[in-house]
Design a protein around this ligand. Structure first.
Ligand code: B1M
Length: 207
């Protein structure tokens, strides 16, 4: 696992994929490997906080992690059923460029039988509302990684709910908590991508 962490930090997506294949061959499961890659990124983030790493290091590690997550994709996700469960629209909120977690959530929803509309990063409340009207999703998922963009998440949830009271909104991301989700009027919170699918299924079946 040491080597996997080192390859994530080196930013070499090809080396990450090769190391994942080696570790899979040794019997390590996709979920364990994913957690290990997330942990590597957490370490890079801590180094950044200490001043021992800079933006480029965070960026190349994120790219390598994305390559690794995409490579694991087929094993991470369950076999999708033929009939679609519902439509899930996801965005990282305004002012926030972090997308590795959002992409992971989108990947896992696709693999679990959802139609996924991915609006990308730095998405304003206005764009989310316009996309809601256009796509009519069963659930809107919002991701935020910065404490400074939690306000944008609140703004998006409140604007969406004011115009579309029946809209169902799920929120997540490292600084987001159940308490925060409740305070801003979100319908659901999930701490990780796998649990987000379970929460979404419950939201849809409760309709
Ligand atoms: Co940024 N960054 N970053 N960064 N970055 C963090 C988040 C930080 C914690 C690092 C640190 O200081 N320790 C810190 C935030 C501090 C805070 O606000 N409390 C930080 C900072 C400060 C910044 C900048 C402000 C730095 C600067 O410019 N001075 C800047 C902001 C840019 C902006 O967004 N406007 C910035 C920039 C960047 C990069 C662009 C260089 C790069 C992002 C590249 C990219 O995403 N394409 C980057 C990175 C890579 C990180 C860290 C190192 C890794 C993030 C990541 O991808 N994690 C991060 C440190 C860390 O996370 N510990 C850090 C892996 C990913 C799988 O986890 O996204 O949390 P995560 O997703 C999880 C769950 O949160 C959940 O599911 C996933 C797991 O299954 N989840 C959901 C996520 N969304 C969900 C939605 C759901 C449900 C669950 O429902 C809808």
């Amino acid at each position: 696992m040491e080597k996997l962490r080192a390859t994530i930090k080196s930013g070499d997506g090809g080396a990450v994929k090769a190391e994942l294949d080696v570790l899979s061959g040794q019997g390590h499961g996709a979920r364990e490997l994913l957690d290990e890659m997330i942990e590597s990124l957490r370490e890079v983030g801590e180094a950044f906080s200490r001043g021992d790493a800079f933006i480029p290091e965070m960026l190349i590690a994120a790219r390598a992690m994305q390559a690794g997550a995409d490579h694991l994709g087929p094993e991470l996700i369950k076999t999708s059923s033929d009939s679609k469960i519902g439509k899930f629209m996801i965005a990282t909120v305004s002012g926030d460029l972090h997308d590795v977690g959002k992409n992971l959530v989108a990947l896992i929803f696709k693999g679990n039988g959802f139609d996924v509309v991915d609006l990308g990063v730095d998405v304003s409340a206005d764009i989310i509302m316009a996309a809601y009207a256009e796509n009519q999703p069963d659930i809107v998922g919002l991701s935020a990684l910065l404490t400074t963009t939690m306000g944008a998440m609140e703004e998006a949830v409140r604007a969406l709910k004011a115009k579309y009271p029946d809209a169902k909104v799920m929120v997540g991301g490292a600084p987001v908590t159940q308490d925060f989700a409740d305070r801003i009027g979100a319908d659901a919170y999930a701490p990780d991508a796998a649990l987000a699918v379970e929460v979404a299924r419950k939201l849809i079946s409760a309709r």
